[in-house]
Design a protein around this ligand. Structure first.
Ligand code: PMP
Ligand code: GLN
Length: 422
């Protein structure tokens, strides 16, 4: 036995994540990066100037530890905002946790609730850290993939992927502790409909299961779709922890501030984990984000609210990307939400030689080939599936479209030039 080997709870989760692998790939080959999910333009001016003022502020307390489970000004504005959307009064001190990004909030939720022997249903495709966090907590993931239903030759849409009611129902049993769902979904861009969420909610109530609802892309939903919050469905507030992220809201992923909200008895467990690990997140960043959210709250639903203007701005980028991917022979899947687009690349297969790559799954081989030979980086969507279901995503690639128009035009040109050589 190696005295300094990894503790047993981390065995099985030590493989590098797709993010580490593809960040390194980008560093090695310097492709045009449509991979990781972040924007290449500045966050809104009011957020930057808020931070600027906070950093220069002579109030010494803004430069010291703040309240551990969330800076008072930030939990206060979030409680006002979400109280409106959930239709009940949310207590800023007992029903919210601010942590180190949505990752931190997910970690506190999973560590605070999952115990040895608990089963956790994870809907696929899923954000990859769910699986490793559940396993580290001692739980057993049970995966339920969304199924693709579109045999026509028409345009592919994220809503073509749906839950099979029978498969979902069969995953629940008396050991089921929680279900994790992500809407709008990364990578598909699927926005779950109210009736789909209701089906999940009914099973949660039937089996006394909590729902972890990852809603980090809550403000990125394209007309005419609407984001439905799981916690707003009848009887679901009591059993739902909802995850949010300032990083995704304001294109400030590097600030790493996210949160969880839900009923006090569920959030208490998260507070315990956070208090004993991270303790408190950066005061100045939380203050600046609070100032930003206060502004959005004042103009909620109006054109100048960033929650409205950002998806409008992205709509054009989404359409532009769908167009250039189609022109080069891929079949883009039009997302209803988020800032990713997956596309089916299988029609290109006869024209390309993937034999230089030796990864097990074809989407890994394709994305590596694309980075090295064409100079564009995407992400292999099988990273968002459990081992037995990875084959479901092998013909897909994920691209990120929250990029400057100039960069998207360059991507279109590079792909067009490559296509012309075929
Ligand atoms: N959940 C999903 C679905 C995500 O796409 C991300 C993006 N990284 C996260 C959680 C983590 O968010 P954060 O950067 O706030 O930790
Ligand atoms: N949400 C980002 C993505 O899907 C996350 C990247 C990361 O975890 N490093 O691209």
């Amino acid at each position: 036995m190696d005295k300094f080997g990894l503790p047993a709870r981390y065995l099985g989760t030590q493989r590098k994540s797709v993010w580490e692998e593809y960040v390194q790939l980008a560093a090695d080959y310097n492709p045009l990066d449509l991979g990781q999910g972040y924007s290449d333009f500045l966050p809104p001016e009011h957020i930057i100037s808020a931070l600027d003022q906070v950093v220069k502020n002579k109030n010494v307390l803004l430069h010291q530890y703040t309240r551990g489970c969330g800076h008072p000004r930030l939990v206060s504005v979030l409680s006002k905002l979400y109280s409106r959307f959930i239709g009940r009064s949310i207590n800023p001190n007992t029903e919210i946790l601010i942590s180190a990004g949505a990752y931190g909030a997910l970690y506190c939720t999973i560590m605070g609730h999952i115990d040895d022997g608990d089963e956790v249903i994870i809907i696929e495709p899923f954000f990859d850290c769910y699986e490793s966090m559940v396993v580290t907590a001692g739980g057993t993931p049970r995966f339920v993939p969304l199924r693709f239903n579109n045999n026509s030759s028409s345009e592919l849409k994220s809503s073509d992927w749906t839950l099979n009611p029978e498969e979902l129902e069969n995953a629940f049993n008396s050991r089921t502790k929680a279900i994790i769902i992500n809407t709008p979904n990364n990578p598909l861009g699927k926005v779950f409909t109210e009736s789909e969420l209701q089906m999940v909610a009914d099973l949660c109530k039937k089996w006394n299961v909590m729902c972890i609802s990852d809603e980090v892309y809550e403000w990125l939903v394209y007309e005419p779709q609407r984001h439905v919050r799981m916690a707003s469905l009848p009887g679901m507030w009591e059993r739902t922890v909802t995850i949010g992220s300032a990083g995704k809201t304001y294109s400030i992923t590097g600030w790493k501030i996210g949160w969880a909200y839900g009923p006090a008895n569920l959030i208490h467990n998260l507070h315990v984990v956070h208090r004993n690990s991270i303790y408190a997140c950066t005061t100045s960043l939380q203050e600046a984000i609070a100032i930003g959210y206060e502004k959005e709250l004042d103009c909620l639903g109006q054109d100048n609210c960033y929650f409205i203007s950002l998806p409008r701005q992205l709509e054009q980028k989404k359409n532009y990307m769908a167009d250039f991917l189609s022109k080069m022979g891929m079949r883009p899947v039009i997302p209803d939400g988020g800032y990713f687009m997956v596309a089916n690349w299988s029609s290109l297969e006869p024209e390309i030689d993937l034999s230089a790559e030796n990864d097990k799954y074809k989407d890994y081989r394709f994305t590596k080939w694309l980075t090295k030979n064409v100079g564009i980086q995407g992400i292999p969507p099988s990273a968002f599936y459990s081992e037995p279901h990875k084959a479901l995503a092998e013909t897909l690639v994920r691209f990120c479209f929250i990029k400057q128009d100039e960069k998207l035009r360059r991507a279109a040109r590079i792909l067009e030039e490559w296509k012309a050589t075929k």
